[in-house]
Ligand binder design. Sequence first.
Ligand code: F6P
Length: 342
Amino acid sequence: MKIGILTSGGDCPGLNAVIRGAVLKGVRTHDFEFVGIRNGWRGLVQNEFMPLDRHSVRGLSRQGGTILGSSRTNPFEGENGGPENIQRTLDAQGIDAVIAIGGEGTLTAAHRLTEAGLNIVGVPKTIDNDLEATDYSFGFNTAVEIATEAIDRLRTTAESHGRCMVVEVMGRHVGWIALHSGMAGGAHAILIPEQPKSIAQICEWVERVRDRGRAPVIVVSEGFLLAGMEEAHSTKGLDAFHRPRLGGISEIIAPLIEEHTGIESRATVLGHTQRGGAPSAYDRVLATRLGMAAVDAIHNEQWGSMVSLRGTEIDVVSIASATIGLKRVPPARYDEASVLFG
Ligand code: F6P
């Protein structure tokens, strides 16, 4: 059997470890052959492939990014897009099945393609940890580590100047990265999309911290809404899946804090640093296990399925169950953290 592997959507630490796990197990256990599909769905639409044998995945689990390249291409758009064209391309390359490694946008597209009869198995990938049907996705742990280190560093400069630091993390419309890095870094408030807050409430927390002689550190998720906002702050247009590009809410909140409290405030947007560099050991292990499980799912012809983490076990679920909605931070998890705010 010949398997094509693609990595699509925003890159994420651990993608290469999935590729390595899949290729090594696929070659050893199932005698599969592999080919790399370049730049996500774009490779299938524009015929871009690369060789992928066991030698090309050597030492790959510690390497950030993706050797295959990635893009936010919608496979249903463009003159060579759509299931019939893509199936023709796969047939021409002799590819029997595809492992699609991606987040919400990629897996939604994969689900539609499997409904049209294509042989696809999904692997969940996202630093945002917003996919249903998997407890964690690889990349999240690394992003939280990076954000936590940044919070620790910003705290020492905040304390030196007696300033308030507003640290903005990614996460799109869910607050997992903010919740975990904020708790790990001992933030004085954590602002997430699931829990809109007024500027008065934020300033009350900030003033309590200042009154104790400390420098306030606030962690805000890019999708956070100040009370009264109807949509998350977005000034950068839409991505290929017609979703707003987020970022910059900290630059609105920091001046408001300064204006309301008189405390000098600074905003830091961590941005793509959270996706860069080597994956954590946890993410390497999870990604390798998911890659190995994906080739088993292909061997079992479980088309339309996705490998996932349930507790400590790797499970096989339907892609549809992972894309029915976003996995949001439950109120109880926020309430638990907020006891320590201010
Ligand atoms: O989904 C991962 C993610 O990093 C989000 O947290 C963020 O909003 C988005 O991708 C950024 O996308 P891009 O890399 O296209 O700027």
